[in-house]
Design a protein around this ligand. Sequence first.
Ligand code: LCV
Length: 256
Amino acid sequence: MRIDRHDAVGVITLDHPQQRNALSRRLVDDLIAALADFGRQRLRVVVLRAAAGSKVWSAGHDVHELPDTGRDPLGWDDPLRYLIREIENFPAPVIAMVEGSVWGGACETVFACDLVVAAPNATFALTPARLGVPYNVSGMLTLLNASNMRIAKEMAFTAKPVAAERAERLGMINHVVAAGELEAFCLALAQDIAANAPLSISVMKEQLRILAGAHPMSPQGFERIQGLRRLVYDSDDYREGIRAFKEKRPPVFRGE
Ligand code: LCV
């Protein structure tokens, strides 16, 4: 991972191509440390990107770090959940600059960013159904807030990638920009934001975060969801999804 600074704009570049920028605990810890450092420097915008020309922006949660059955794979303390909260709580806008394919938890990470600017080759795939993983409530809300119920269901149920052009047309991302102009476009967008009043922007970001999360859910409703999720991460299908990934073969799900 690389860290750069352009005046009041910080840039974090994912650069672990061997594992396709999988969001391992180590990578997430580095990302969170970089955000904290940018916060201490009171930077006014952060750009989160992969190395230029990346075919994979990020392959999502590190599958090798998913727990065996009997434990929630996306609990409060999971690195991915920490990263999402850090982005949402960062006091300045975070721009996701996307080239290449985005998978699973990385898809949620991009959608948790405040703005998304993508190259035409970018794609976005939500993959829990491909792995047999029970996604979590706040993750589903991130997806719902980034799209709408129909699109959220299509992405969650098919696990198929959505192309940048369609994502832009659906309002899921802000701009599609030719790969050769992407960096300049994102830095210019960041400088535009950095020239405005940071306190005003920070409070508007926090208001929108609180409003986006203001979905009533009864304690019984939450407990019911957690019970259903446990049935999934205790299932043979959950074990099969992870095993198939590691054995580099298609999974065979039996619904048990
Ligand atoms: C660890 C990896 C990964 C990876 N973890 O290269 O959203 S949820 O609920 O599903 C959540 C739990 C989640 O985010 O799960 C992960 C979801 N991600 C995916 O389903 C994407 C899995 N990866 C792929 O489909 C392919 O790797 C892509 C299309 C990203 C890249 O394909 P490509 O042919 O370029 P390889 O598949 O050969 O992968 C290169 C190396 O990166 C590792 C993979 O195991 C391989 O390592 P080895 O050379 O040691 O075998 N890798 C890829 N994704 N998510 N490791």
